[in-house]
Design a protein around this ligand. Structure first.
Ligand SMILES: O=C(O)CCC(=O)C(=O)O
Length: 296
């Protein structure tokens, strides 16, 4: 599998994000962009008036304008292309190098940020109050991370840019209401990129969307991954989708090869390395599993 270059490894460790250029081809960008236009007219999970940011099942996105706001969760059922993106090698290889092979796919999301004069942008950490206070070291694997694919160019600033605070995944950050960071606070970096590029960043990095005054909508796909013990959130995998997945995709979607039972996800299945990386060899912990010791 592809590995991070020394420069990428350093940037991940110090800044807490990577910019992968040209992760998707122009054809894929066009296809996935058209898919989002189709998806917004279909029923699905969208922001609703449920409490604390929960998504409700709605008949379509809030706007039926292709350039209007959309925030759709749980994409895999809409097209096989969304399934295939789960372990697209040129990005997934890097994710495995960063997270290690004991990982799950945890969430999919499509966000369209329209150009307007009203949205001020915001910043946050993913994983909410919990991960905000779990700060890893430079060499630690993250607990959870995200791949954000651009489906439209982002040029200049205040163009709906993903805004990050480099290094904020490793240090306390002001999060009182009065000092809450915004996309124009000192230290904010509004990232630019081309359609097809992908940003990788851990949930504990402070980040968020800048306002979009660019005159055109910004389209993105977000794919999240977590360590196995964390478990997936935000989606269920209907058998119809599972039946179309490769063994690796099924494993990433939480299929361990047997029903969930106490002990599941504690140690990985014996074939985890082979399923995820294609390399033969058992989980490094296989020889010291309590069940093996108890049986000995
Ligand atoms: O840029 C966006 O629209 C939202 C990105 C973000 O903040 C996130 O993925 O958590």
């Amino acid at each position: 599998m592809q590995r991070l270059t020394a420069r990428q490894r350093e940037q991940w460790a110090v800044d807490g994000f990577l910019h992968v250029e040209g992760a998707l081809s122009a054809d894929e960008v066009a296809f996935l962009g058209d898919e989002l236009d189709r998806v917004r007219r279909q029923p699905g999970y969208e922001p609703s008036d449920l409490p604390r940011g929960h998504y409700g099942w709605l008949p379509h996105a809030a706007s039926l304008d292709d350039h209007g706001f959309m925030d759709r969760r749980d994409l895999l059922g809409y097209h096989q292309a969304f399934v295939d993106l789960v372990d697209r090698p040129n990005v997934f290889d890097l994710i495995v190098d960063i997270m290690g092979p004991y990982l799950l796919f945890s969430m999919s999301q499509a966000i369209v940020r329209p150009s307007n004069t009203t949205f001020p942008g915001y910043t946050h950490t993913d994983g909410g109050e919990a991960l905000r206070h779990v700060r890893v070291t430079e060499t630690s694997r993250p607990i959870a991370m995200k791949a954000m694919y651009l489906l439209s160019d982002v040029e200049g600033t205040d163009a709906g840019n993903l805004t990050v605070f480099p290094g904020s995944h490793m240090r306390p950050f002001p999060d009182s209401p009065e000092r809450w960071p915004n996309p124009h606070s000192p230290g904010a970096a509004q990232l630019q990129g081309k359609a097809g590029d992908c940003y990788l960043f851990p949930h504990s990095l402070w980040h968020g969307p800048a306002p979009n005054r660019s005159g055109r909508a910004r389209k993105t796909l977000l794919y999240n991954y977590c360590q196995m013990f964390v478990r997936c959130y935000d989606f269920e995998v209907p058998p119809e989708i599972a039946s179309r997945c490769t063994p690796r995709q099924r494993r990433l979607l939480g299929d361990l090869g047997h029903a969930f039972r106490p002990g599941s996800y504690f140690y990985a299945p014996r074939d985890q390395l082979e399923v995820i990386t294609g390399e033969t060899g058992e989980s490094v912990l296989a020889d010291t599993r309590p069940d093996d010791l108890l049986r000995a």
